[in-house]
Design a protein around this ligand. Structure first.
Ligand code: GLU
Length: 428
């Protein structure tokens, strides 16, 4: 594995730079995050004790617009992780041409160990700590792993309390009643679905003869599994942090979702209830899921899932990265040598931030779109960008990941150069 997640992330930039003409200014600029802040968040726990949590906000680059990116609540959150996620956001926003730079935030915490009231105090405490560093024209947070609409609502409310006026555009992924956008909850999955629907036919893959395994059954993975199921794909395996289930004939995803919602874990699909008997499941681990003999693998959980340890055992010829950073650079090299096509995170999961952009636009104009309008606009964004990345990959004979970085870099370069490059200054 790379020394740090961030050194692995920046290797993708080095690979792309070789395939496009980029000024030294842009390369120099993109090597470092614009700002990294670490905060301490004191929280009064339900038992009266005071506990201090560590949080971060990284603004990686804002050359193309205010920084944009989610806030993660997870025990593994570190400055290295948040910085890498902010770096990926920079390229993701440029890859799909939304007018934002990249940012990310996080708190090192296992929110499942807190009561809901403690999560609320922690969320408001985070905003108290970072309020001077975010804003609708500065840096706009959103949900990420283990954060949701309700948390975004508390955070927007807290920011508005501090500013003494309502500021809906400071955060996206809010509850609809507080200025959220219709279609934001389903956007990451919907965006990935559009990318898959566009790319799989190019690989001569039709839904009914295509088997899919989805790792991660959170907001993105569970909704995508259902979209694929409804479109006729055979979703043979899904998993969550506690383990997975497999059925060679395909799982009935709506019933799996229903059982998970009722019991909060996939294992419960093994209960003796009616929904559980719809198909014969086999119990598998997350590691086994990744190595299944399927047509399409969708990592939709966390980073560093496909590494040099297991890359050689991956059998799926097509990988669509719905999680951020699920494949390490070393694994990429192994997969490429095996002819496995990886459709990268910065394209595949860009639907979420795209609808976040639509939410921010709606907040600023105070006029709200129907869900159909949002999904149409999302599709109009995802399909042409997917086509462009496909074409760059074919023309330059490079991986889809490098092509996506080239596509994004060309756009970032335009914004950096708009302020003048070395040659302008040399002449004067
Ligand atoms: N956390 C999501 C991502 O990684 C969404 C970010 C956003 O909507 O700003 O893309």
């Amino acid at each position: 594995m790379s020394e740090t997640l961030f050194s692995g992330a920046s290797q993708r930039l080095d690979a792309a730079v070789k395939h496009t003409k980029i000024s030294e200014d842009t390369i120099e600029r993109l090597k470092y995050p614009k700002s990294t802040i670490k905060v301490s968040i004191p929280v009064r726990m339900d038992n009266g004790e005071l506990k201090v949590f560590e949080g971060y906000r990284v603004r990686y680059d804002d050359t193309r617009g205010p920084a944009k990116g989610g806030i993660r609540f997870h025990p593994n959150v570190s400055v290295d992780e948040v910085q890498s996620l902010a770096f990926w956001m920079t390229f993701k926003c440029a890859a799909v041409n939304i007018p934002f730079g990249g940012g990310k935030g996080g708190i090192t915490v296992n929110p499942k160990e807190l009561s809901l009231a403690e999560v609320e105090r922690l969320s408001r405490g985070y905003i108290n700590a970072v309020a001077d560093f975010i804003g609708p024209d500065i840096d706009i947070p959103a949900p990420d792993v283990y954060t949701n609409q309700m948390i975004m609502g508390w955070m927007m409310d807290q920011y508005s309390v501090i500013k003494r006026h309502i500021v809906p555009g400071v955060i996206t992924g809010k509850p609809i009643a507080m200025g959220g956008s219709l279609g934001r909850e389903t956007a990451t999955a919907m965006g990935a679905f559009y990318v898959m629907q566009n790319m799989l036919p190019k690989f001569k893959k039709e839904p009914k003869s295509t088997t899919v395994a989805v790792q991660g059954f959170g907001n993105a993975g569970s909704i995508l599994a259902e979209l694929l199921f409804d479109a006729g794909y055979k979703v043979v395996a899904v998993s969550d942090s506690k383990g997975g289930i497999y059925s060679k004939d395909g799982l009935n995803i709506p019933s799996v979702k229903k059982t998970k919602a009722e019991t909060r874990k996939l294992e419960a699909v093994y209960c003796e209830g009616s929904v559980c008997n719809l198909v014969d499941h086999e119990k598998i681990s997350n590691e086994e899921l990744l190595e299944l003999d399927v047509d399409v693998l969708v990592p939709a959980a966390l980073e560093n899932q496909i590494t040099k340890e297991n890359a050689d055992r991956i059998k799926a010829p097509y990988i669509f990265e719905v999680a951020n950073g699920p494949t390490t650079p070393e694994a990429d090299a192994v997969l490429e040598s095996k002819g496995i096509k990886v459709i990268p995170d910065i394209l595949t999961n860009a639907g979420g931030v795209t609808v976040s952009y639509f939410e921010w636009v709606q907040n600023r104009m105070g006029y709200y779109w129907s869900e159909e309008e949002v999904n149409t606009k999302l599709k109009e964004k995802m399909i042409p960008e997917t086509e462009s990345i496909w074409n760059i990959a074919q023309e330059k004979k490079i991986s889809f990941r490098t092509a996506a970085y080239v596509h994004a870099l060309d756009r970032i370069e335009l914004a950096v150069n708009a302020k003048g490059v070395k040659s302008h200054f040399e002449k004067v």
